[in-house]
Design a binder for this molecule. Sequence first.
Ligand code: SF4
Length: 142
Amino acid sequence: MSYLADEFNMTKATISDTVKTLEQKQLIKKEYETNDTRSYIIHLTKKGNDLAEQTSLFAKQIQIPIDKLHATEKENLLLSLLDIIHHLNKSGIINIQRMCFTCHFYKSNKNGQEHFCGLLNTKLADTELRIDCAEHKQKQTV
Ligand code: SF4
């Protein structure tokens, strides 16, 4: 519950109610841990999976105009989206993100045109900037 609450920027109570509702509608099922009955894994049921596929169709529509963009336009779109997410995070509208711009290991040159990952010890092209990096470490602000 805590993990999902952080991930979706909601309270644990809201997540708990949502999980309960989804279970009553037979869209998910819980698989309890054998050693700890307080912990469980949430799986989609067949009905839940079908519904998830249907609702994901709207996102697939976004792909069509993006596919038509030139590579440079796609890079600019990516950078713009990263800027928007970074701004929303700094404004406190979204909590959880694991993007390069807020990572302890991230460095850029003065005008932000070049990116460097101190963990991988390598330059990152615009297209290699990550938005959900497993190695992300939150940059400390002073
Ligand atoms: S560790 Fe991941 S998020 Fe951090 S700078 Fe490197 S690639 Fe980006």
